[in-house]
Design a protein around this ligand. Structure first.
Ligand code: EPZ
Length: 421
């Protein structure tokens, strides 16, 4: 196992190149199951989660060859195996994105029920409900979800749940509907940019999708899809993470390829905090006012404030000049980072799905434990500003969603290194 050692106090200055979006690349990789012929993808980040998805696709008969940095060439060679097994799905929840494509293309899918994780219960009842609405027969066998359908039939279906829309649930139903007979309308679809990127990819392959990016997506089924060349959008969560890295160190960063239009709710809240965030010709530039104003924020489905930036923003709010309030509406238990930030001298109090962050003058370096991907990012950010050394254990969590984060941070002045335990 490895841990990070971070010595706080450096102001970050310089340019960081933003990689392709993990949460767009994963469903697009799964969508190659639907395609005849070859697919060439660019700007695919080299992350642990992406490697897991490629391993799963290989098991499902999809060959995958790495090309230039971020480039992949994929082709479906063998359609026999339709089983995404527990040992893979339990390690990477987004494996469930193969369910819709397998069902639509191979008429059968057997996918292990994903377990919960540190950010809470991760049910997939809406995925199953949506696919059954398209005519799939459902069975539960030994912890696996088995879905079968000779031919899916288009229909109008509602995909909203108690916490609003579902991102990968929308991806699954959207992908399955591309090869269904007739028209499908998905009401309460997820509007995330990663869903829009998936729909753009599928339309290039010959699908007929309209309304992507809005809560109502319409899909007219086609007989087949052809592999194409596609470049994955930049990662808005990585962009937001580095905006906060600049702010927390009172530095100034240029984030190449960052897209402000994917972060409107985040920019709104961070500008209220006192950050200067502007576009420049290659992306986003950010600098911070010395004094940070306290804010209120609530996470919501896109275009609301993304839950995937809640932990990182909380690290910054620890140093605001007053009390901030954060409410988590997507994953109400997504607060594993609170206890660890308090170990570093933060004053955060949890009241159910809401936390009150009382601003403090400084954070103090300490040994802390990573629990999930975004909590790990929050603790690295806190370590960048904390007095003394912070040791973040279980570094593997961060590698799931950030490519070589310590190299990118070092290149703009951070004192961080990865150390073997
Ligand atoms: C996607 O997860 C992202 N992962 C998550 O990013 C992100 O936090 C989440 O969307 C919310 O934006 C990928 O895209 C691979 P949901 P997903 O289905 O699709 C409930 C990261 O850090 N729900 O939109 O699994 C669910 O419990 C990861 O990159 C049901 O009740 O999330 C949650 O409360 C973490 N039934 C809410 O809906 C279902 O069938 C939103 O979940 C599905 C979801």
């Amino acid at each position: 196992m490895e841990h990070f050692e971070i010595n706080g106090g450096s102001r970050l200055k310089g340019t960081v190149k933003i990689d392709g979006a993990k949460n767009a690349a994963l469903p697009i990789l799964a969508a190659t199951i639907l395609c005849e012929g070859e697919t060439i993808l660019h700007n695919v980040p080299d992350l642990q989660d992406v490697r897991q998805m490629i391993t799963l696709l290989n098991r499902l008969g999809i060959t995958c060859e790495r090309r230039e940095e971020g480039g992949l060439r994929l082709r479906a060679e063998d359609e026999m195996n339709c089983h995404a097994e527990y040992e893979l799905v339990s390690r990477m929840r987004a494996s469930v994105c193969v369910m819709g494509p397998l069902l639509a293309k191979r008429k059968r899918s057997q996918v292990s029920m994903p377990g919960g994780c540190a950010i809470g219960d991760r049910p997939i009842n809406l995925h199953i409900q949506g696919l059954r609405s398209l005519g799939a027969d459902f069975d539960l066998a030994g912890g696996d979800i088995v879905l079968r359908a000779k031919k899916l039939k288009g229909t109008e279906l509602f995909l909203g749940g108690a916490f609003g829309s579902t991102v990968t649930g929308t991806a699954n139903v959207l992908m399955a509907a591309t090869l269904a007979e007739g028209r499908t309308v998905i009401e309460s679809a997820a509007c995330e940019p990663e869903i829009t990127d998936l729909a753009e990819f599928l339309n290039k392959c010959g699908a007929q999708i309209t309304g992507h990016g809005t809560p109502r997506i319409t899909i007219d089924g086609v007989d087949s899809l052809q592999g194409v060349e596609h470049t994955v959008i930049p990662d808005r969560i990585e962009t937001g993470t580095f905006i906060i890295a600049a702010a927390i160190t009172n530095g100034e960063l240029h984030l190449e390829n960052g897209r402000l239009e994917h972060l409107i709710a985040v920019v709104d809240r961070l500008r209220h905090l006192g950050l200067n965030i502007e576009r420049y010709e290659k992306g986003v530039q950010v600098s911070s006012a010395r004094r940070l104003e306290p804010i209120e924020l609530t996470t919501q489905p896109y275009p609301g404030f993304p839950t995937d930036l809640q932990a990182q923003t909380m690290a910054l709010l620890c140093l605001a000049d007053g009390n901030s309030v954060v409410t988590e509406k997507i994953f109400p238990d997504r607060f594993m980072h609170v206890a660890e930030l308090n170990r570093m001298g933060a004053h955060i109090r949890k009241e159910g799905p809401t936390v009150i962050i009382e601003g403090v003058k400084k954070l103090i370096g300490a040994p802390v434990m990573a629990s999930d991907l975004r909590a790990s990012a929050a603790l690295i950010l806190a370590g960048l500003i904390a007095k003394g050394q912070t040791r973040l254990h279980r570094a593997y969590h961060i590698d799931r969603g950030y490519q070589r984060i310590e190299e990118k941070l070092t290149a703009v002045g951070a004192d961080i290194r990865r150390v073997q335990d």
